[in-house]
Every structure is written in structure tokens, then in C-alpha cells.
Design a protein around this ligand. Structure first.
Ligand SMILES: [Cu+2]
Length: 358
């Protein structure tokens, strides 16, 4: 536990240091090189250039923006998420607690890696379309009553989504856009693996790669941009239509994000984000899964809510063919988490992304 705490502290220290000092380190030489720039690192940029930065978005990863007509964006991002230990409500539960509650197996940790490909295009000045394809690799560690530890893993394409982003307000650096999307059931919900019960066992719900249903997603985003600061809010709701081929429906998902961005120079900004998420339990049940075997196989132990804090950095490519493109780094920690458990608790996630505008 102290090892995890130390690692966590180290990661936070690194990010907070980057967040607070990278900007001034990079910005000061720029300011120094411009006599009479009154110490403002952005003074060398025209207002159009500053607004261009806004157009190419400053928001943290996963929060989408619209593009001008005819503009393309290609994005790739990588997420590493670590879950460690269990929680019931907001209280921690040890593997022994989970086994004592009558389960044959307790999960102990999980790593999820996601590669995300993203393509955006400005269809009209007020309408952008976006296609996203995630690829997931999930591995979960377990322990059973006989003290045997084992790991299960699944990987593959997850659910492809197609989204329209429609600007309903765009005036004086304040924008509001609506999003309407559909996630298609391209991710497998029939992943199998070897467990102490034998080979070729159906893996529990969180090890499956998709929802198996058509999932509409609706949302609204507000973005305000000033020269140095920008901020925004985002609300979204994911619905699940009908029941999948394995006789269940994942819970709906509600999410909000609020973020604040500080521009340090034309090339660098840092982001601070608060994200809240609330997701429901599973309706129905996969008949191949035994809910008393392991909590991850219980449809009534899948829901929860969480508040995350994210700290990130955006680097912009200022010139040449990569002009307007950016590299994004973000580290996210849960501040509050309450789960219909026992359920694995989030430790942190790390996101790295590239967005290329052309
Ligand atoms: Cu984009």
C-alpha cells in the first residue's frame, strides 16, 4: 500500500510541477526575447493567432470541439487506467472481505489500455462530424478462497461511434454546441478465457469489450475563450437501446465535465478538469455468468458514481504543416467514488493524445 501511495505521490508531484512551472519556464524566454512585451508571453501573437489557438481547441482530451467548414482532424490517443482494490459504497473492501461475503473469487486489480482513433470533419461552419474507434486491452487480477491468484485478459475493437456536433451559439468567444451520437455494437460481448473453473469460460461483464446494444449519446457543451484563460462545461447522457445477444443491457451513463485552461505561451497551455460520472447497474443477465462466483459477474454490482480531478498539458505545433496540431497529456485521479460493490476502485488514469488538423 505504501508502494502505491509513494508511486501516486510521485506521479502527482511530476504533473503538478509540470502544470505550474513548465509554462513559466517556456514562456519567460519568449517574453525576454521581446523587449517591451510587458512580460506577456502572448504579446507576440496577433489576436487572430490567439483565436486560432481557441479554434483548434484547448479543452482536455475526450471533450470535443467543432471545426470550421472543410477542416479535417485526425486524432490518436492512448489511455492507461489502473484500478486497484475493491470498494463497497465509498468504503474499501479487502479481498478477504469479498471472499467472506460469500464470493468464490475476488478481483484485486485491473489495467485497461485504450487506443483511440478519431476522425473529425467540418461539414459546415456550424456542423462537425466525428467518428471514433477505440481498441481495448483489459487484464484483471483475482484471488480465490484457495489463495490461488489468476489473471484474465481480453482485447479487441470496442464500440465504434459516429457523432454530429452542432453549433447553436457562436458569438464573442462564447460557444455552445450540441452533440448527438450513436455507438454501434462493434465490440465483442462474447470474450472467453481460462479461470480456475477451466478453459473457455465466459468472462464477466467488465471484461467484455462492448455494450452489445446501439447506444445513443446526447450532450451539450459550453466553451468560453479569453486570451489567457478559457473554460467550459459539458453534459452528456448515454442510453442503451434494447437488449444485447447475451440477454442484458448495460446501465445508462451520465457525465459532466467542467474545465479551466491557462494559456502560458502560443505553444503551451495547462488544463484543470473536474469530471463526474454516474452509471447504472446492468438490466437482465448473461445466463452463462454466475453472480455468486465473483462480484464482476453480478449485474446488480456494476453501478456507481465518481468525481475525478484531471491535470493536463497541451503542446501546440505553431508552424508548418503541423500548425494547429497538438499533443495532450492528462493525469486523472478519483476524488470521490461510490460503487454498488464490492467493485474494483479506480486508482488513476493517464491519457496521451495527438491531434492533427489539416
Ligand atoms: Cu477535432
Amino acid at each position: 500500500m505504501t508502494g502505491i501511495a509513494a508511486k501516486r505521490k510521485r506521479l502527482v508531484t511530476v504533473f503538478v510541477s509540470l502544470f505550474l512551472t513548465a509554462g513559466s519556464l517556456l514562456a519567460n524566454p519568449t517574453a525576454a526575447a521581446q523587449p517591451g512585451a510587458s512580460g506577456n508571453a502572448l504579446a507576440g501573437l496577433s489576436i487572430e493567432e490567439l483565436l486560432d489557438i481557441a479554434v483548434y481547441s484547448r479543452e482536455p482530451l475526450g471533450l470535443h470541439h467543432t471545426h470550421p467548414q472543410g477542416e479535417w482532424m485526425f486524432g490518436y490517443s492512448y489511455m492507461f487506467m489502473s484500478m486497484d482494490g475493491n470498494r463497497d459504497g465509498s468504503s474499501r473492501r479487502s479481498p478477504a472481505d469479498v471472499l467472506n461475503a460469500g464470493f468464490a473469487v475476488s478481483p484485486t486489480a485491473m489495467i485497461m489500455k485504450m487506443h483511440m482513433l478519431e476522425l473529425m470533419y467540418g461539414l459546415r461552419e456550424d456542423l462537425t462530424v466525428m467518428v471514433m474507434l477505440p481498441y481495448l486491452s483489459i487484464s484483471m487480477d483475482h484471488i480465490n478462497g484457495a489463495d490461488t491468484r489468476f489473471k484474465t485478459a481480453a482485447s479487441g475493437v470496442s464500440d465504434l461511434s459516429v457523432t454530429a456536433l452542432y453549433n447553436i451559439y457562436d458569438k464573442r468567444r462564447r460557444r455552445v454546441h450540441l452533440t448527438a451520437g450513436l455507438m454501434l455494437p462493434t465490440g465483442s460481448i462474447k470474450e472467453r478465457g481460462t479461470t480456475p473453473l477451466g478453459p473457455d469460460q465466459k468472462l464477466p461483464y467488465p471484461m467484455q469489450l462492448g455494450s452489445g446494444t446501439f447506444d445513443p449519446v446526447v450532450g451539450i457543451t459550453y466553451v468560453a475563450t479569453e486570451t489567457i484563460w478559457s473554460w467550459g462545461f459539458h453534459l452528456s447522457h448515454t442510453y442503451r437501446l434494447g437488449e444485447n445477444s447475451e440477454d442484458y443491457t448495460l446501465g445508462n451513463r451520465k457525465r459532466f465535465d467542467a474545465w479551466l485552461v491557462r494559456e502560458w505561451s502560443g505553444q503551451l497551455s495547462s488544463t484543470l478538469r473536474l469530471s463526474g460520472e454516474n452509471w447504472g447497474n446492468i438490466d437482465g443477465a448473461d445466463p452463462e455468468l454466475n453472480p455468486s462466483m465473483v462480484p464482476t459477474a453480478d449485474p446488480a454490482r456494476r453501478g456507481g458514481k465518481r468525481l475525478d480531478l484531471g491535470i493536463g498539458i497541451n503542446f501546440y505545433m505553431p508552424e508548418g504543416v503541423l500548425s494547429g496540431s497538438r499533443v495532450v497529456l492528462e493525469l486523472t485521479y478519483p476524488i470521490v467514488e461510490s460503487l454498488d460493490g464490492p467493485q474494483l476502485a479506480k486508482e488513476y488514469d493517464l491519457n496521451v493524445g495527438l491531434q492533427w488538423v489539416f
